[in-house]
Design a binder for this molecule. Sequence first.
Ligand code: ZN
Ligand code: ZN
Length: 230
Amino acid sequence: MPAFAVASGDKPAARGTGEGMKIECLSLGPLGTNCYVVGCEATAKGFIVDAADEPQRILRVIDDNGLQMEAIFQTHGHPDHTAALAEVAAATGADIYLHPAEVAMLDTFAGSLRQMFGDVAWPLAHCTYEEGDVISVGELRVQVLHTPGHTPGSVCLLVDEVLFSGDTLFAGGVGRWDLPGGDWEALARSLKRLATLPDATEALPGHGPASTIRNEKRSNPYLIELSRNA
Ligand SMILES: [Zn+2]
Ligand SMILES: [Zn+2]
């Protein structure tokens, strides 16, 4: 399946800063995990959201767009979101970021990554980010929202009016909370918080199609139920 440009990438005028952002979404691996390759149009600096799988496909999109990758932002540490992490980090020199509560999760999957990429040093060098951090990539400002529930250290990343929602919020659904570290009460709080974002905010999830906060508040059964209980 070819990479496709998410519609948001074609609307730089809608950005609060006026600066353009190009977003390409790749659906990768057996679970169809979304990996976003994001570029600042003004500087050609870029970042990845979730180096999910199939590293050669990710690297090709980076190359095709002539991007200099500065960071790989992990929404969380599940293996379907991290299978390409070691190889993409090594090939691009980009810094890996994840929430401190996900570091143990990443280490849990060290064995399989080491087997796949025996020449990659382990543990992977990484930076941590937390609630409220803002990281600049070119002229883009990436704001970190700690949204636990699917996993303890799940984050969503907000760039102007685009929300990379990981496995916290999907179009018409929410992340599982029954896996190790999952917590429905925490997820419910995180979802209520996401529902307070501006309606026009686009949600780009870790699986499946894009949506908006407006659409999800109207049609996502979980958000509807939570708003009734608010
Ligand atoms: Zn997950
Ligand atoms: Zn996932």
